[in-house]
Design a protein around this ligand. Structure first.
Ligand code: KIV
Ligand code: ZN
Length: 387
């Protein structure tokens, strides 16, 4: 595996994730999440938007001071005031980065009231300014996917010439599809002079449920930085979920020979912490980190995994740090699962005893959605009392 195949993970839980209405985190919580992200091996942490508020500025500055390994990045609009404020916050980091952006699509140009040439001028002066402050500068043409292709190539070239070291291509409104996501990255890498000197990043939103697929397609086309958040937290339908892209790259290395620096065994703990501090619970059937992602209830599935776990599992729960059992007892469960579960609880049953308990277990499961260990222990006490 060569370095060309190393994909950098840029986590923006604390910036784009926290922008979700209602997901505000306290200063202490942000510092804790940043420390966990750093420990997990995230390459770049986007810690906030320093000009947005005093609180954001303090959080980015303190995260910059405390972080040992990851690059610490702050967001700034395309003006000197934002960029200076961002630099003031990130400059304390061992490895600081300024991320500056401007909306380049016709819709966004309309909002900033800049024509194409004026915007080119603005990009040139703001990226040059950022580069004079910091040797690690990321530039994003917001709404890149809906920007005219020729104009997109032109502004990317200007940003590279002005000193950007990472070019991020955001699908700001979650509009693209995998084929287009790949095509845009490939085209930019092929046609923009200087493209081979920078890293291309992909930043996808999930409005059509495509964020993970679009990010992976961009990587196949040459992007080497994925921007993502824990649990896919983010505005509207969220951002690319870190756990999904990282595990997809790990599980399908046969088709996608890329590697990240993530210690995947730390994913579950981070997912739970982000859900707690953001107040955004994870849906039960969410890929990788949902409560049900590794649970089997139906008799056929339980029997399968008890005989060979690979029959219904494409990755090991332990790989993402799950230590709990993968068998859920319920009305679809079969005898084999009940026997195995009771054995785990210390009850070794003869076949006739199992038959008796199984009948009563099914009756209970018809009345109760979830069967806990305590319910099974109570069933066993009842059968002891009845014999
Ligand atoms: O979605 C987006 O375009 C963004 C930019 C600020 C990079 O979050
Ligand atoms: Zn975004």
């Amino acid at each position: 595996m060569t370095d060309e195949n190393r994909v950098f993970i840029f986590d923006t839980t604390l910036r784009d994730g926290e922008q979700s209405p209602g997901a505000t985190m306290t200063h202490t919580e942000k510092l804790e999440i940043a420390a966990l992200l750093d420990e997990m091996g995230v390459d770049i942490i986007e810690a906030g938007f320093p000009i947005a508020s005093e609180g954001d500025f303090e959080a980015v500055s303190d995260i910059a001071r405390q972080t040992k390994n990851a690059v610490i990045c702050g967001l700034a609009r395309a003006n000197f005031k934002d960029i200076d404020r961002c630099w003031e916050a990130v400059r304390h980091a061992v490895r600081p980065r300024i991320h500056t952006f401007i909306g380049t699509s016709p819709l966004h140009r309309g909002i900033t009231n800049l024509d194409q040439d004026q915007m080119v001028e603005r990009i040139h002066e703001t990226v040059s300014h950022a580069r004079n402050l910091c040797d690690n500068v990321q530039w994003s043409p917001m709404d890149a996917i809906r920007t005219e292709r020729d104009y997109l190539a032109r502004v990317v070239e200007v940003a590279i010439k002005a000193g950007a070291t990472t070019i991020n291509i955001p699908d700001t409104v979650g509009y693209t599809l995998p084929s287009e996501s790949a095509e845009i990255i490939r085209e930019l890498i092929e046609r923009v002079p200087g493209a081979d000197e920078v890293i291309f990043a992909t930043h996808c939103h999930n409005d059509l449920g495509m964020a993970t697929a679009n990010a992976l397609a961009a990587v196949s086309a040459g992007a080497r930085q994925i921007e993502c958040t824990i649990n896919g937290l983010g505005e509207r339908a969220g951002n690319t979920a870190l756990e999904e892209v990282v595990m997809a790259l790990k599980v399908r290395r046969d088709l996608m020979p890329y590697q990240t620096g993530i210690d995947t065994t730390k994913i579950m703990n981070l997912s739970r912490r982000v859900a707690q501090v953001s107040g955004f619970p994870v849906q039960f059937n969410k890929a990788i980190v949902g409560k049900n992602a590794f649970l089997h209830e139906s008799g056929i599935h339980q029997d399968g995994v008890l005989k060979n776990v690979e029959t219904f599992e494409i990755m090991k729960p332990a790989d993402i740090g799950i230590t709990e059992t993968n068998i859920a007892m319920g009305k679809h469960s079969g005898r084999a699962a009940l026997r195995s579960k009771l054995a785990d609880l210390g009850f070794d049953l003869a076949d006739n005893q199992l038959n008796d308990v199984f009948v009563r277990f099914k009756a209970l499961a018809d009345r109760k959605k979830e069967i806990y260990d305590d319910d099974l222990i109570a069933l066993m006490s009842d059968s002891a009392a009845n014999t």
